[in-house]
Design a protein around this ligand. Structure first.
Ligand code: HEC
Ligand code: HEC
Ligand code: HEC
Ligand code: HEC
Ligand code: HEC
Length: 266
């Protein structure tokens, strides 16, 4: 699949590319180095808002927000592998077959004409067998190790790292202009902030792809509110109450491991 990096996405500090490799190889194996080095020192890697023009004006707001599709129906490796797969063209053709009526969710959408949807690059890809050249939005430097399954199987939801994807792209056939943008900066400081206190972010495993889940909706929290253990309407307290329990349930690694250099620089 051609899902490639673009010239536009150049890491701002190419010059320093070798430095981390050296630091990392020196520190490899040293798991108890205090994690104060470099923290907050990489503000230049902020790419919040990065939103490349995509070859198809495919909108998550339409497919997720409006049609209600689950993230995993397209990004189907996200809980099994380190990377989240971008769906192949055939996935789109299931609904957007050329010359056929549009198949929507939950029923066919008679009012919508395929011809009005800017699907030409999708059909070209279908006939030629070549992948749609989607542009990569998120891209960590190679010396930082990241894995999706390690997160989504331990209660970290997509929205914690990618924001409200279900609202990206504009809802509706004609105002869908662009794809996903980067909602968080993906800096080391950002990773560490959560690794220090994951209880602030953990959720039940069946809510991983939900974009509007709130700890206040959780049955256990509702019971705790009734018991007077959590104050009604206090979302932060509810998250901490639940997150602390989930942290134990999921047997989250200890803080030293979560912050050690070799966890992310292997
Ligand atoms: C489950 C069926 C389904 C699948 C799968 C699907 N689509 Fe759609 N798509 C729709 C429907 C229905 C609409 C029209 C929604 C509307 O206008 O209300 C639509 C609209 C669109 C549009 C118009 C702009 C927008 O997003 O609103 C584009 C472009 C598009 N789809 C591309 C794709 C691509 C690319 C894929 C594969 C990655 C895909 N679709 C997968 C059902 C689907
Ligand atoms: C803990 C943070 C985090 C969570 C949770 C997370 N992602 Fe990601 N995602 C990332 C990072 C970081 C990258 C960039 C990875 C890289 O460049 O190596 C990324 C990249 C992606 C990509 C591009 C392909 C790839 O793997 O590089 C897709 C698609 C994606 N994420 C979808 C999802 C979906 C869907 C979910 C929820 C089921 C999810 N992500 C949960 C942080 C996260
Ligand atoms: C119908 C298929 C489909 C569904 C459902 C879907 N996506 Fe996507 N997603 C795509 C396609 C196609 C792209 C590439 C175009 C783009 O980046 O806008 C993409 C791109 C992304 C990216 C950016 C990847 C990168 O290059 O870094 C993220 C993050 C992402 N999706 C998250 C999600 C999340 C979270 C959900 C559920 C809330 C979801 N997606 C549901 C098809 C889908
Ligand atoms: C919102 C919270 C959150 C964010 C943000 C986050 N992580 Fe994590 N990370 C976790 C949790 C929770 C685990 C699961 C730990 C466990 O299995 O005990 C984890 C596990 C990992 C692991 C696997 C550790 C192992 O050996 O099992 C790696 C590697 C990792 N994270 C790297 C990163 C990187 C790199 C970033 C930033 C790009 C990042 N994480 C951002 C919460 C987060
Ligand atoms: C939770 C994951 C995580 C842990 C733990 C971690 N790093 Fe990083 N580190 C990253 C990510 C992601 C980047 C790339 C983004 C950036 O530059 O902020 C990075 C970048 C770096 C860089 C390059 C910074 C720059 O400005 O270009 C150095 C050097 C570095 N880390 C050293 C360390 C050392 C030393 C430790 C242990 C004290 C450590 N890291 C622990 C995730 C982590």
């Amino acid at each position: 699949m051609s899902y490639e990096k673009t010239d536009q996405f150049v890491f701002p500090k190419w010059v320093n590319y070798l430095l981390p490799l050296i630091v990392v190889s020196v520190l490899a194996g040293a798991t108890t180095v205090p994690p104060l080095v470099m923290y907050g020192g990489s503000a230049e890697t902020l790419n919040v808002g990065y939103q490349p023009d995509q070859p198809v004006p495919y909108s998550h707001a339409t497919h997720v927000g409006k049609l209600g599709m689950d993230c995993k129906s397209c990004h189907n490796t996200v809980d099994k592998a380190s990377f989240a797969a971008i769906p192949p063209t055939q996935m789109c053709i299931n609904c957007h077959a050329p010359g056929k009526d549009l198949k929507g969710l939950p029923t066919n959408m008679p009012g919508v004409h395929q011809a009005s949807l800017n699907l030409r690059p999708v059909w070209e890809s279908y006939f030629s067998g070549e992948s749609i050249p989607w542009k990569k939005v998120h891209d960590l430097p190679d010396y930082a190790y990241f894995s999706h399954d390690a997160h989504v199987n331990k209660g970290v939801g997509c929205v914690s790292c990618h924001g409200r994807v279900d609202k990206m792209g504009g809802a509706g056939t004609n105002d869908a202009v662009a794809g996903v943008y980067q909602a968080k900066n993906l800096s080391m400081g950002w990773c560490l902030e959560c690794h220090r206190a994951p209880e602030k972010h953990l959720r039940p495993l069946d809510q991983i792809t939900s974009m509007d889940w709130s700890p206040l909706h959780d049955p256990r929290v509702i019971a705790a509110i009734e018991q007077g253990e959590v104050e009604e309407g206090d979302k932060q307290a509810a998250q901490l109450w639940l997150g602390t329990r989930l942290k134990q349930e999921y047997e989250i690694n200890n803080p030293a491991y979560m912050q050690s250099c070799s966890t992310c620089h292997r």
